[in-house]
Design a protein around this ligand. Structure first.
Ligand code: UGA
Length: 456
């Protein structure tokens, strides 16, 4: 099929490259000329594993192209995706990019076209897009607006897009449902066809639920700290229950990113507009804010007064394998440390350029060892793989004090303690459950992608 994607952010670009890869003819359109020029020259604007390879491959074989011309992209396509940003501005979602995309689409429609909304938008946005297109159409043609939320994650976007758990198609048009089903057929995923509003709600409900899960385990982690239990074992014990599952039960410094925080706030607003107080989700956000504060409190407990203490930070992105620092816990935590007059030295494998645009007065290092040199302690804030395999004897010799605060519980606490570090994590200071060898466990962990974790 011929597909046009408006917006070349990590969602638009990933889906464009992946749809081209599964056999469609795709044009990715963006109003940002420098982005389009870079893409045509093989420069990918985001750090996303596997993306540049798949873009390059499909660009070379002419199944993927880039353009600034919305009208042309639309007129030559059967399906047009809107994949533009929908930032949360103070009290509501800013739909201006969606609106201008819809106006552009309206001018290019020259036959029956499906307009599929990939951007996460509040309830009723499909209707809004439909109205804008009707008002701005040059030549009247039939079209259908479909709500088709995306569930890929940054850092594993390509893998997630090509192996979705499900595909949601929100439409009341049989024709549109059939064409969309055909588009996704190569992905061999379950397809749920529903109405537009339910599809829009599904997206928010998923992100809100994931945020709730992480806030829940973070709260349990703090409880574990208080009673002397180990949250990793608690999460494992919970995760074996298939109704709960292992996913999103990793305690940490709080959840961030461009989606979960924004979508939770929007979902609260959606409920509010219907006369409901979404108190549960409000509490989920509050637990998340508290979690970031708690990291600072723990650092203070370890070092005392933070004035002029040098804190070495490992990891700035909101999670590993991305250069995205939007709403990253690291940004908030560093700002707090600085308000207490601490000096901050930091390193991240991919996110320092983006972090540098937001953070002031931080010394950026070229590697973890440079961060450790003369720092009073190390705080690991993002669980990049390379931090697991550091030469910790060398790290210890460089630090002023051998203190490590592993806010992602990803390092080998036993080994570090043997090396003479004061190790602390989130909810793991207590006594771990007795380690029981069960042959099937390692296989199970491998299947869950949990190898190397300290489980039973
Ligand atoms: C999230 C959803 O997971 C995707 O399904 C969705 O498509 C996407 O938002 C979106 O709406 O575009 P993403 O923002 O890439 O994806 O990040 P997640 O993997 O969900 O992680 C969010 C935050 O939760 C990160 O800060 C991460 O470190 C934290 N987290 C996650 C934990 O602290 N513990 C966990 O167990 C899992």
């Amino acid at each position: 099929m011929r597909v046009c994607i408006i917006g070349t952010g990590y969602v638009g670009l990933t889906m464009g490259a992946c749809l081209a890869d599964i056999g469609h003819d795709v044009v990715c359109v963006d109003i940002d000329g420098s982005k389009i020029t870079s893409l045509c020259n093989g420069v990918i604007p985001v750090h996303e594993p596997g993306l540049s390879k798949i873009v390059e491959k499909n660009y070379k074989r002419n199944t993927l192209s880039f353009s600034m011309d919305v009208g042309e992209g639309v007129s030559e396509s059967d399906i047009v995706f809107i994949a533009v940003g929908t930032p949360f501005n103070e009290k509501s979602v800013d739909l201006s990019h969606v609106e201008s995309a819809a106006k552009g689409i309206a001018k290019g429609i020259n036959k029956y076209t499906i307009i599929a909304n990939k951007s996460t938008v509040p309830v009723g946005s499909a209707e809004l897009v439909k109205r804008i297109i009707l008002e701005n159409m040059v030549y009247p043609h039939k079209f259908d607006v479909v709500s088709n939320p995306e569930f890929l994650r940054e850092g594993s976007a390509v893998k997630d897009f090509l192996n979705p758990d499900r595909i949601i198609i929100g439409t009341d048009s049989q024709k549109a449902a059939e064409i969309m089903t055909e588009l996704y057929r190569p992905l061999k995923a379950p397809i749920l066809i529903t109405d537009q509003i339910s599809a829009e709600i599904i997206k928010y409900a998923c992100n809100a639920f994931l945020a709730t899960k992480v806030s829940f385990i973070n709260f349990i982690a703090n409880l574990c700290d208080a009673v002397g239990a180990n949250v990793k074992d608690v999460a494992t014990g919970m995760g074996y229950d298939k109704r709960i599952s292992f996913e999103f039960l990793k305690a940490g410094p709080g959840w961030g990113g461009s989606c979960l925080p924004k979508d939770c706030k929007t979902f609260i607003k959606i409920a509010e507009d219907c006369g409901y107080e979404f108190n549960l989700l409000k509490e989920v956000l509050k637990v998340n804010e508290d979690q970031k504060r708690l990291v600072v409190v723990k650092i203070r407990q370890l070092l005392g007064d933070l004035k002029d203490k040098c804190i070495g930070i490992l990891g700035l992105s909101f999670k590993p394998n991305t250069d995205d620092v939007r709403e990253a816990p690291a940004i908030d935590i560093i700002n707090h440390l600085q308000t207490e007059c601490a000096l901050v030295k930091a390193y991240d494998p991919a996110a320092m350029e983006n972090a540098g645009r937001i953070l002031k007065g931080v010394e950026f290092a070229t590697n973890a060892y440079e961060v450790a040199k003369d720092s009073d302690m190390l705080v690991l804030l993002t669980e990049w793989d390379e931090f697991r395999w550091l030469d910790f004897e060398r790290i210890k010799s460089l630090l002023k004090k051998p203190i490590i605060f592993d806010t992602r519980n990803c390092l080998d606490s036993q080994l570090l303690t043997e090396f003479g570090f004061v190790y602390t994590g989130i909810g793991v200071k207590g006594i771990s459950l007795e380690k029981i060898q069960r042959p099937e466990t390692s296989l199970f962990m491998e299947a869950q992608g949990l190898e190397g974790e300290s489980l039973i």
